[in-house]
Design a protein around this ligand. Structure first.
Ligand code: MG
Length: 375
């Protein structure tokens, strides 16, 4: 079944449940609905096609497996998504298997976010992207019921959303130059490092632009002295911070580096969820929160608050995802120091309208829920 048919079938089956209703562009009922009072979960695999092959220090790929999720309650539909870059250990099979085990119809009150998360933890540990897909759909649904976007529900000022960085992946020199040209609307660039040509990559970018660069080494630097030398070299070239410079197991070496580095050291692969934040504060200056690691928006919000209370920097990242999960993450963006919300721009087959980058800045749609509409 293609994506559009799936969306149409979901709308039709939801309509059949509580006929007669029809749906607005937001997936909201336009007529009075016979209330079912139950959460109905449905899902469908969807392969994301990348615009450029994605080359990191440890692997390369041209697609990302993904599962699209819908959560219906009284004729209102919330959209969610699980994106599964292979290094995180989840797959279409693991996500659909986890989602198949869930019985959300037991929750007659969809506002029991805490109870629903507690229930998901009892079904199986880990499965963070699978749990995130339900969490995002639930937030979309609840925001639509309340008629407000989540940044407003959280009391955040959208004017405080930062610029987003745009990722320039490791590649041949001519491809890097082309990617820098493509990145001209963005005020901040992000560079993936961890191979032998790290300095060459920055030099090529600096031939074309002096815009600030966020550096992500993706655990690629094994030696702490080499990592420190790189931090000094990068600091002289208008770089803002270094994300996950060393393997996540090398905690003492990272703490050593943090003490000496002129640039902030940010944890990404090192941390996943809320209990990891305090642990990260021992070796890192900040954390990179991603919904696919944090089990979604609910825990991501708590992580941002805890990290700030510990005096840490907060960065908001994403995987290659459709505008669904990226726009959900954007709801948190007014809380963070740096945003890396370009995942939807790196795919060729997005299926939602949502987050916009205007003058380089994260701009959250004025729509209820997570702020997306299906294309
Ligand atoms: Mg990273």
């Amino acid at each position: 079944m293609n994506r559009r048919k799936f969306l149409r079938n979901i709308a039709l089956s939801a309509a059949a449940l509580s006929s007669p209703i029809s749906f607005s562009a937001f997936g909201e009922p336009t007529k009075k609905v016979a209330r079912s009072g139950k959460l109905n979960l449905s899902f469908e695999p969807y392969e994301l096609k990348l615009r450029h092959s994605f080359n990191l220090a440890k692997y390369s790929r041209t697609t990302t497996p993904d599962v699209q999720v819908r959560l219906e309650y009284d004729g209102i539909i919330g959209y969610g998504e699980a994106s599964m870059p292979p290094y995180l250990g989840e797959s279409v099979n693991s996500v659909t298997s986890f989602l198949s085990k869930l019985d959300l119809s037991q929750f007659s009150d969809p506002f029991r976010i805490e109870d629903i998360h507690e229930y998901m933890e009892t079904v199986a540990p880990d499965n963070r992207a699978a749990k995130a897909s339900v969490d995002i759909a639930l937030h979309d649904l609840l925001g639509k019921i309340m008629g407000q976007p989540w940044y407003k529900i959280w009391g955040l000022n959208p004017d405080k959303a930062p610029d987003t960085s745009f990722t320039i992946g490791i590649d041949k020199a001519d491809v890097v130059r082309k990617k820098v040209d493509e990145a001209s609307p963005y005020n901040v660039l992000k560079v993936k490092m961890g191979l032998d040509n790290d300095k060459e990559l920055v030099d090529i970018i600096r031939e074309k632009t002096n815009r600030p660069i966020c550096v992500d080494a993706n655990q690629g630097w094994d030696n702490k002295e080499k990592a420190l030398e790189m931090c000094y070299w990068l600091a002289e070239r208008n770089c803002l911070f270094v994300e996950q410079p060393m393997p996540k197991e090398k905690i003492d070496e990272t703490a050593w580096l943090r003490e000496r580095s002129p640039l902030p050291i940010i944890a990404d692969e090192f941390l996943q969820r809320l209990p990891d934040v305090r642990r990260a504060s021992q070796a890192y200056d900040g954390i990179n929160i991603k919904l696919m690691k944090s089990t979604g928006m609910h825990e991501a919000y708590k992580m941002a608050i805890l990290a700030k209370s510990l005096g840490m920097k907060v960065m908001l990242g994403c995987m290659t995802e459709t505008s669904c999960a990226v726009t959900a993450a954007a709801q948190l963006s007014p809380m963070v120091d740096w945003a890396d919300l370009d995942g939807n721009l790196l795919i060729a087959n997005d299926i939602f309208d949502g987050i916009k980058i205007i003058n380089g800045k994260v701009t959250i749609p004025e729509r209820p829920g997570i702020g997306i509409i299906p294309l």
